[in-house]
Design a protein around this ligand. Sequence first.
Ligand SMILES: C[S@@+](CC[C@H](N)C(=O)[O-])C[C@H]1O[C@@H](n2cnc3c(N)ncnc32)[C@H](O)[C@@H]1O
Length: 291
Amino acid sequence: MRVCDYINVVAAKFSAQHLSYGHGTDNPYDEASFLVYAKLNLDFNTEESATRSVSASEINQIETLVRMRIINRTPVAYLVGRAWFAGREYFCDSRALIPRSPIAELIQNEFAGVLDFAPQQILDLCCGGGCIGIAAAIQYPRAQVDLVDISEDALALSKKNITLHNLGSRVQTSHSNLFMKVSKKFDLILANPPYVSSEECDALPMEYGHEPRLGLVSDDEGLELPMSILKDAERFLTENGVLILEVGHSHLVLSERLKDIPLLWLEFGMGGEGVLAIRRAELVQYKARFV
Ligand SMILES: C[S@@+](CC[C@H](N)C(=O)[O-])C[C@H]1O[C@@H](n2cnc3c(N)ncnc32)[C@H](O)[C@@H]1O
């Protein structure tokens, strides 16, 4: 059987189940393609990949993963140990969330309309496997990037990704509860913190249960960590520095609580919502409101 035909077989199996998507793909066909291409180490950009034949033993191995996807609802990125972010591949496992932040698009567009200079010092706060900070380091080859997380497991994965992308001289990791151990100032802080309330988290599809709860849940209707970042970020930004903060669907609650503050919610061509940009001056001006 050719790869393209086998992908259709796998996609039909996924379609017949009520799987949840959103960990890198949003439909059964793309999910099947991701699984088959990754497991067979095929290049997405080469036409021959689709017409190559799949052996019986390869099918056997992939079918084991198909069953794990369907029965255990394990996301494909964890099954193959890899994920894509901003056009590049990363190691991915259950030590950190599967990368899916729309901040990827902002990085690739160099924060058009938000940032009018190339940042020299960048912080990826709540870095998980490090994809946001590493993608920023690749986009801005002169920048120094710090990756911060409270999870030693996530930091170990991010170190693997720094090595994968040969960025050891420009990207470093530190273990910190938000800004607690941070002592520098940054031109750009990128933060995708946990922002799901624990009730919402309990109601999420089984796929999300494979991800570390520490990466998803935040108290106070999901806003405890985002609010804390809004309150403290000004102390760690340079004069013209900007904070980019993702709060996903919790943007509704946050907008309601801060309705008298003109928050700039960014728009995305490739999907996603709930990311705001705020300058240091505004963080200082509204500091008392971020409680
Ligand atoms: C939503 S995940 C984001 C991971 C990664 N930035 C991404 O976009 O895929 C949030 C991350 O925040 C980390 N985290 C949770 N509480 C934290 C805290 N108090 N201080 C620093 N990091 C924290 C978690 O360990 C997790 O890796």
